[in-house]
Design a protein around this ligand. Structure first.
Ligand code: DAH
Length: 339
């Protein structure tokens, strides 16, 4: 009998409860009118005299531990309820965290700047609202130059001198005005053109400009730099430079990457040639250097410019440029990147 009571004491000591109901059920089980304790007390008269003393002691001990347990559990429960009031239920499972994804334009911009920063280019920026000098005149496009019509410009209200930059080449000018050669800089940014929106063109898009000015920079340096870039970004090592015209470079070229025909899903992409145009480039025109107070007899350099959307469309096989600006989560969630 005494062992049985001791077993109950051990059980009471182990007992734990998290709710009011559990504690109450426990209290009734031990301390209630028809509870275990009263059963033992009723048993007292049947206990042989020589055991009565010890029996009484253990039953009283059981009563004390049970009573203390009930009080202790009630206090604990009150405490956690107070905490819940401030912090909520601390034991509830965490809510799932939704991790956002970077916009594909940001991913590609970061990849491009990373590739060039590995060969010593820094990153520079300029304003989106520009003046005529930085966007046109200093870049060898004086007033009435026909090449100004190549890029339909948004002007700010009635002032013909203030406009939204039509290309990031304006940052070249700003950078050369403020820094002495050697210059190695990459300028990513948003540009604006008054163009009809279609699957292939938009009135707001992004470009990356590159500029390298030093002593004895040659066209071979330009070609190798671009080859390094296309290998890094596309994993393609066949490029060609087609003669072209830009007012700010002389000679000028357009760069094509050999993409091959294996992955061509749409005939319009390379028109069956396997070649894709990715950027414009050339040797910085001496007039541009002079406009930025750099002596063309001492220094030479190259520049290039590419559209980020175009590169992203090639990399991810996106067929409509408007997808970038619609903020459709089903589109955006597909892009995951550490960069
Ligand atoms: N600014 C040109 C455009 O928007 C791209 C470009 C071509 C930039 C040749 C350059 C360059 O720096 O050398 O179409």
């Amino acid at each position: 009998m005494i062992d049985k009571i001791k077993g109950h004491i051990a059980e009471v000591e182990r007992f734990n409860a998290n709710t009011k109901d559990e504690i109450e059920a426990f209290r009734i089980q031990y301390l209630g009118k028809k509870g275990i304790l009263n059963e033992f007390f009723a048993e007292f008269k049947n206990v042989p005299n020589e055991q009565k003393k010890e029996f009484g002691q253990v039953v009283n001990e059981l009563k004390t531990v049970a009573q203390e347990k009930v009080n202790f559990l009630k206090e604990e429960l009150e405490k956690t309820q107070e905490e819940k009031g401030v912090y909520g239920d601390l034991s509830r499972p965490a809510e799932p965290v939704e991790i956002g994804s970077r916009h594909p334009i940001s991913i590609v911009r970061n990849q491009i700047t990373e590739i060039f920063s590995n060969i010593g280019f820094n990153v520079s920026e300029g304003p989106e609202m520009e003046d005529d000098w930085h966007n046109f005149t200093a870049l060898n496009l004086p007033e009435y130059h026909p090449a100004r019509d190549m890029q339909d410009t948004f002007f700010i209200q009635t002032d013909p001198d203030i406009l939204l930059r039509t290309h990031t080449s304006s940052v070249q000018v700003r950078y050369m005005e403020e820094n002495k050669p050697p210059i190695r800089t990459i300028s990513p940014g948003r540009v604006f053109r008054n163009e009809a929106i279609s699957a292939r063109s938009h009135c707001i898009f992004h470009q990356v400009e590159g500029l390298y000015i030093d002593k004895d920079v040659s066209f071979a340096d330009l070609k190798q730099t671009i080859l390094y870039f296309t290998k890094q970004l596309f994993g393609k090592s066949k490029i060609r430079l087609r003669p072209s015209y830009f007012p700010f470079t002389e000679p000028s070229a357009e760069v094509d990457v050999y993409w091959g025909l294996e992955t061509e899903t749409d005939y319009r992409i390379t028109k069956g040639t396997g070649w894709l145009e990715i950027m414009g480039c050339g040797m910085v025109d001496p007039n541009v250097l002079r406009n930025c107070n750099i002596d063309p007899k001492e220094y030479s350099g190259f520049a290039f410019g590419m559209g980020i959307e175009r590169i992203a469309m090639l990399l991810y096989q996106i067929e409509d440029i408007r997808m970038f600006y619609e903020n459709d989560l089903r589109f955006l969630e597909q892009f995951k990147s550490a960069l």
